[in-house]
Design a protein around this ligand. Structure first.
Ligand code: HEC
Length: 511
């Protein structure tokens, strides 16, 4: 044995020996358990928080200690679903083995209180909000009643905002009143109009689908989505750096809420807190959703009993991109979700890996640092489903054929990566790649673009210039909004119709 090996072994031995110091022999609440619970649980388990009970005080924790231990041991709490991966997420809540051992030790040694004066000052939640006092709080105009039973309900509600000037949003937090039945909510924007239209034509509060929506203009739609989705237990986060999402003047929040009746009639009238940026962002956040349209294009059709059904879609990045956050969406029988990146140098990275999907925790995960994805990177998303009787999350017993649809007993599936173009000048090329990937998935599903009349051809793109002429379907030398694909319409008109006459003319096409 050489001298260095001996030294190395000694060093190793000493670290092994010093290890138990991580878990004190007689932990107490004030110095050990209180700080742990406040850092890992109290964001949700506090009065008015999304958790079912508060864990703020010694008494709160001590009286439930055994139950807490069991959910901690199972790693059911704190909720955190991504497995370890290459790039780290902000606010990773996963407890270390030492922290879990500490909790057990505290119970075994008699749940000591310690000197509470020594406990670090807990985080404050002014007015119950998790990111401090919002700049603006808006509220559903009228309460909505959810019956005790029956099918899942999807309703749209308009929450008035109607600001006199354009604003930029750093974070949104929704606080439902009927937490146990709000399965999720998605946030869109719509032009403000007078309130009468908001109730739709169903004779009930809210409206069932966008076709029933007579008010305003839905066109701005998806812009606020990235910030806005609410799921039980999700914690809002501020967008990093100067990133922010646009909230144009005279727009209202259009919320799509999904209710899951709980056996008890409930009344919902949510409040939404909004935090503003003080200036517009220098980069625009884009969403890369794979497979496109929540998996609609993938033709999800899962035979009863099939345990390993898979959908997938890839996209090659045309420009340098930086990842900001990632999140998945699916229903009950989804099993795994994985988004990987194959970089041009051949290395691969896992951007999201959820080995055990749980529909109740559709969290958005924010990368610690901006995730560099150079031009030429191939993103690939794979989602698997288990429609067998062995899947405890399967709502059908015995299993039945499951297809794509909106009920939570139907399936969907996609991962959405939120990114910015590293150079904002490349933003349009990124938009086009996202759009093309969606169209390609459509054509593979429906066999060619021919039958899709009106979506416009996407030939290969010449380098340089705006190359807008391919949108000029009738070749009359100008582009009217109807000639643009719907997803690009709003943006291209805003950007290229510089004289705002509602047409992109020949001059504007050249740039
Ligand atoms: C992101 C929010 C969040 C965090 C953080 C969180 N919880 Fe929870 N917890 C919830 C919600 C929401 C529920 C109710 C839904 C459920 O049981 O799945 C819950 C339920 C529970 C339950 C009841 C489980 C049951 O089967 O009835 C226990 C016990 C619990 N949490 C303990 C903890 C402990 C201990 C921590 C910290 C180590 C923690 N939670 C962190 C949101 C959270």
């Amino acid at each position: 044995m050489t001298k260095t090996t001996v030294l190395a072994l000694l060093l190793l031995a000493s670290t092994v020996v010093s290890q138990p110091a991580a878990v004190p022999a007689r932990p107490n609440f004030a110095e050990h358990i209180g700080p742990l619970v406040h850092a890992s649980c109290v964001d949700c388990h506090r009065p008015d928080g999304p958790g079912p009970f508060s864990l703020v005080s010694y008494a709160d924790v001590a009286k439930r200690a055994e139950m807490l231990k069991s959910v901690i041991d199972m790693r059911y709490m704190p909720p955190w679903h991504p497995a370890d991966q290459d790039d780290h997420f902000r606010g990773n809540r996963r407890l270390s083995d030492d922290q879990i051992a500490l909790f057990t030790k505290w119970i075994e040694t008699g749940k000591r209180k310690g000197n509470l004066a020594k406990m670090p000052k807990p985080k404050q939640y002014p007015g119950g909000w998790s990111l401090g006092k919002p700049d603006l709080v808006v509220k559903m105009r009228k309460p909505f009643r959810i019956p005790a039973g029956g099918r899942d309900l999807y309703r749209f509600f308009v929450v008035p905002i109607d600001l006199p000037e354009d604003k930029w949003v750093k974070a949104v937090e929704m606080r439902p009143t009927a937490r146990s039945v709000v399965h999720h909510a998605l946030f869109f924007l719509t032009e403000s109009s007078d309130g009468d239209d908001y109730e739709g034509d169903t004779g009930r509060r809210g409206f069932g689908g966008l076709r029933g929506f007579r008010g305003g203009n839905f066109s701005r739609g998806f812009q606020i989505r990235g910030l806005g989705a609410y799921v039980p237990g999700a914690r809002p986060q501020f967008l990093r750096d100067d990133l922010a999402l646009e909230l144009p003047k005279h727009h209202d929040l259009l919320m799509q809420m999904h209710f899951h009746p709980s056996g008890k009639a409930e009344v919902e009238q949510s409040s939404v807190g909004i935090w503003f940026a003080d200036k517009p962002p220098s980069q625009e956040i884009k969403q890369i959703q794979l497979p496109s349209l929540f998996g609609f294009m993938s033709g999800i059709d899962i035979p009863a009993g099939e345990a390993g059904y898979k959908i997938e879609q890839s996209l090659k990045l045309p420009v340098d991109v930086e990842g900001i956050s990632v999140g998945g969406h699916a229903h009950y029988i989804c099993k795994t979700m994985r988004l990987t990146a194959r970089l041009p140098d051949g290395t691969t990275k896992t951007l999201l890996n959820i080995p055990e999907w749980d529909m109740d925790w559709q969290t958005e995960y924010y990368y610690d640092d901006r995730l560099a994805l150079p031009a030429g990177t191939e993103l690939k998303c794979e989602i698997t489903y288990d429609n067998s009787a062995q899947n405890p999350a399967n709502p059908n017993s015995p299993p039945i054929r499951v297809r794509w649809g909106r009920q939570s007993t139907d399936e969907m599936g996609s991962v959405t990566l939120r990114v910015v173009a590293k150079n904002e000048a490349d933003a349009d090329r990124l938009d086009e790649a996202i759009y093309e990937s969606m169209i390609n998935s459509l054509s593979s599903r429906f066999g060619g673009l021919g039958g899709l009349g009106g979506l416009g051809g996407f030939g290969s793109r010449g380098g340089g210039g705006r190359s807008l002429d391919r949108f000029d379907k009738n070749k009359d030398g100008k582009i009217v909004p109807d000639e643009l694909p719907r997803v690009l319409r709003e943006r291209h008109m805003r950007r290229y119709d510089t004289n705002k006459d509602g047409v992109i003319d020949a001059e504007e096409m050249k740039g």
